[in-house]
Design a protein around this ligand. Structure first.
Ligand code: DGL
Length: 277
């Protein structure tokens, strides 16, 4: 078995995927890159066809230009609609993130679960199927919010944000008889607000998919290492760029600010560059 370091690309509309990246880095020795589509951010209010087309195009182009062994779509909103199309268009393993409904249903005692995600994710057929399949014995209350996504972005960039909004968004889960004892953070931006959300919902158990994704990545990297999954032989490999350090890429260079650069450097990225298709 060699000690090859694999190159893993994390993808999201914004900084949310860094929560998945962080969990993955705890357990795996990899060379990460991070691509975020700040041109179309937030995905939670975009039509499905725009998300599918954009995500497929970006990931296909990125993996043709930069040597990549595995992709993590670290975005529930993109995974719940575009995962199968990405898999059809790239030749490397793709891991998607979907709301952690199954573990939430297993640990909920009062059988009332809250699903906190983007407006798109809470209405997706994929999400409904997850609930029917794994949480049919539970009442699943849903809140779709892009305001919390924006707040998470501001927090990560060290910009001021209004904490009161978090309480307002979650108000219906704080009072009355139907209060969830378990809340699924079904958007990768929300673990960045875990402390603030927990303050508003002190009795709820907050669940996200970060740890499960980290373990899935670890499993697939072992499969690659043991040649159970063929590593892709890159055609035109002379033209492909090999990154040997953590670099972040965004789709709208006009939004690269010093706050953004600093935010990413806090997560170990050397720089933020523009990626143009
Ligand atoms: N972080 C994303 C998710 O997991 C999407 C946020 C957005 O762009 O609306 O759903």
């Amino acid at each position: 078995m060699d000690n090859k370091k694999y190159r893993v690309l994390f993808f999201d509309s914004g900084i949310g995927g860094l929560s998945v990246y962080q969990e993955t880095m705890k357990h795996n020795d990899i060379i990460p890159s991070y691509l975020f589509d700040n041109l179309h951010f937030p995905y939670g209010i975009q039509p499905d066809d725009v998300v599918i087309e954009t995500v497929v195009k970006l990931l296909k182009n990125f993996t043709e230009r930069y040597l990549t062994d595995l992709i993590v779509i670290a975005c529930n909103t993109a995974s719940t609609v575009a995962l199968q199309y990405v898999r059809e268009n790239v030749r490397i393993p793709v891991v998607g993130v979907v709301p952690a409904v199954k573990p939430a249903a297993q640990i909920s005692v009062n059988k009332v679960i809250g699903l906190l995600a983007t407006p798109a994710t809470v209405r997706r057929p994929y999400t409904m199927e997850l609930i029917d399949r794994f949480a049919s014995d539970c009442m699943v209350l849903k809140i779709g919010s892009s305001e919390l996504v924006e707040i998470a972005e501001r927090k990560m960039m060290g910009l001021p944000y209004d904490r009161k909004i978090i309480g307002q968004v979650l108000r219906e889960w704080c009072e009355g008889n139907l209060v969830p004892d378990t809340v699924v953070l079904g958007c990768t931006h929300f673990p960045h607000l875990r402390k603030e959300i927990q303050e508003v919902l002190p009795y709820a158990k907050l669940i996200d998919s970060g740890d499960a994704i980290a373990r899935r990545v670890g499993y697939l990297l072992k499969e690659l290492q043991n040649n159970h999954i063929p590593s892709v032989e890159m055609e035109n490999s002379d033209n492909i760029i090999t990154l040997n350090e953590a670099v972040a890429f965004c789709t709208d260079g006009s939004k690269i600010t010093s706050c953004l650069q600093q935010g990413f450097s806090g997560f170990g990225f050397k720089r933020v560059e523009v990626f143009k298709v």
